[in-house]
Design a protein around this ligand. Structure first.
Ligand SMILES: [Zn+2]
Length: 305
């Protein structure tokens, strides 16, 4: 074939620096040559869609290689979990097909889920963390194939509110969803782990019986999501973080923290896939009520043992 190939590598890097004021990226750079006709088509698509060349190339590659990209896979809805619909409906094996990072819970609200590096952990209310078997079921989870778009180091973090205020400044939109991975040594980490409970006990009541654990000077990772207010009927609006220690022995739903230095990775997400449970309890429930106040209490309350 006779054409002058065009290298797109420089474009990928230039656009990232220009479009996102970040210090570095951790996505893998690729260098390839494309024909002038493909190059012109890429430029035209970028002009008409407003997407960067790198976004178009990444989406095209993901489509042709059958890789889910920038898509959150969520099981059930926040409204259902608030009402006590804790019957498992999707397996850990299935979740791991849809993502390598995520959070959730297990059947009967049996602890907190942390999916990290493709492995799924269960932080139980007795303080023990175990790797969840592939056949374990979840009634509510949110996972993604994590691919950071931007990173930042933050220092002198005094609290959960302080950390999330810093992350607010890293987010590029009030309306897009993001997944997050935050690593470092935590001088304080306060987590909860939900107790196994009876189906039908609502989430506020169930989390009032939760176990609390406070860890000191522990290296580990927070995984989680930020979702806009408009998603609150389905997602948990705002920040929702779960923690696991580097030795995978401590973990839970994050209530508060402090750290002298943290490495924050942010992944913008533009697609959400919702798995609607086919259980009788879900299909027959009244999910049209406003559950935002109950969900807020359940996410933040620190009552417990
Ligand atoms: Zn949680």
């Amino acid at each position: 074939m006779n054409f002058d190939p065009v290298s797109i590598c420089g474009i990928l890097n230039e656009e990232r620096v220009e479009r996102r004021s970040v210090r570095a990226v951790t996505s893998v750079p690729i260098q390839t040559l494309v024909s002038p006709s493909i190059w012109h088509a890429l430029q035209e698509r970028s002009r008409t869609s407003g997407q960067s060349i790198s976004q178009i190339v990444q989406m095209a590659l993901a489509d042709s290689l059958d890789v889910e990209h920038d898509a959150i896979f969520q099981v059930s809805t926040s409204g259902a979990i608030v009402q006590g619909l804790y019957q498992g409906c999707v397996s850990v094996a299935e979740l791991r097909r849809h993502g390598d990072l995520g959070i959730g819970t297990f059947e009967d609200l049996d602890g907190e889920m942390i999916l990290i590096d493709g492995r799924c952990y269960q932080a139980r209310s007795d303080g023990v963390v175990v790797e969840a078997p592939d056949e374990a079921l979840t009634p509510f989870a949110c996972v993604v194939h994590f691919a950071p778009d931007s990173i930042a180091d933050v220092t002198g973090v005094t609290s959960f509110a302080d950390l999330t205020a810093r992350i607010d400044r890293l987010r590029t939109s009030r309306n897009g969803m993001v997944s997050l991975r935050i690593t470092g040594r935590f001088s304080r980490m306060l987590v909860r782990a939900a107790c196994r409970t009876q189906p039908g006990m609502d989430l506020v009541e169930a989390t009032a019986r939760q176990s609390l654990f406070e860890f000191v000077d522990v290296p580990g990772t927070i995984v989680g999501f930020w979702s806009p207010e408009y998603t609150q009927a389905i997602s948990i609006a705002g920040y929702h973080f779960h923690f696991i220690s580097d030795d995978r022995a401590m973990g839970g739903h994050v209530l508060d923290l402090a750290a002298s230095s943290l490495h924050v990775e942010v992944n913008d997400v533009n697609d959400v896939r919702l798995a609607i449970p086919e259980t009788d309890a879900f299909l027959e429930a009244d999910l049209n009520r406003d559950h935002s106040e109950a969900l807020d209490i359940a996410q933040r309350q620190v009552r417990g043992q």
